[in-house]
Design a protein around this ligand. Structure first.
Ligand code: PRP
Length: 214
């Protein structure tokens, strides 16, 4: 009999990958070599289950999945929204919970309410644009940054930021606050559209199994 083809998983590097692997272990999917913190290997195989895993930068996960280089991806909802790829989002894993928010000093609340032309610094220009242009019908200037977004209103680069808030500690320690909530976020399972058809049985079984442990 012909061997089953490998199902390939793209995992977003970091906290998300660690939690994902813990969840997979609960449903009998293990991959010992991926857990070695010193390894420089990029791809890991579970021969027995015909599964392959690789770690990628979060924003690249939807890209691998859209092109079919990975059948399945585990990635934050923020990244899914920002990247806007043609992929199926099939399951909310319920961890990595946080919120996408518009934040700034309390003094920026008025500017937001009166639809002033403000500057919004963010790592998520598409999410910010969608929120201000399509939902709020407010014209703003979006400034793309790559990290430490909270700095922007402090040093006068922007009036507000559009960023992830988890515990709220970063905001608090920098004299900033949540002004508006854009949407809730968490880790999601995404699937390539062709894989969903060709490997439907294996993938739906995996989703069923995951649902029993989340
Ligand atoms: C994220 C986010 C906030 C912070 C929120 O940054 O951009 O800065 O975490 O968490 P908190 O509400 O628990 O304080 P991350 O650590 O990913 O680094 P970054 O500055 O590179 O975005």
């Amino acid at each position: 009999m012909e061997e089953k083809r490998y199902l390939t998983f793209a995992l977003g590097k970091g906290r998300l990958a660690k939690k994902t692997l813990q969840l997979f272990e609960k449903i009998g999917i293990t991959c010992e070599e991926i857990k070695d913190p010193d390894t420089r290997k990029l791809i890991f195989v579970n021969e027995e289950l015909r599964l392959r895993f690789f770690l990628a930068k979060g924003p690249d996960v939807p890209t691998y999945v859209e092109y079919g280089a990975a059948d399945i991806g585990i990635v934050g909802k923020d990244t899914i929204l920002e990247e806007g790829r043609n992929i199926y989002e099939v399951l909310d894993l319920g961890f990595g919970k946080c919120r996408m928010c518009i934040c700034g000093p309390e003094s920026a609340r008025d500017l937001l309410q009166h639809h002033e032309q403000i500057r919004v610094a963010t790592k998520y220009p598409h999410i910010a644009k969608d929120y201000f242009y399509n939902k709020k019908h407010q014209t703003v200037e979006i400034i793309k940054l790559n990290g430490s977004i909270e700095l922007a209103p402090i040093v006068g680069l922007s009036e507000v930021i559009c960023d992830i808030v988890e515990t709220g500690t970063t905001l608090r320690e920098n004299g900033l606050t949540v002004l508006e909530e854009v949407c809730p976020l968490s880790a999601r399972v995404v699937v390539n559209q062709v894989s969903m058809k060709m490997e439907n049985e294996r993938i739906t079984q995996l989703i069923r199994d995951l649902k029993t442990v989340i």
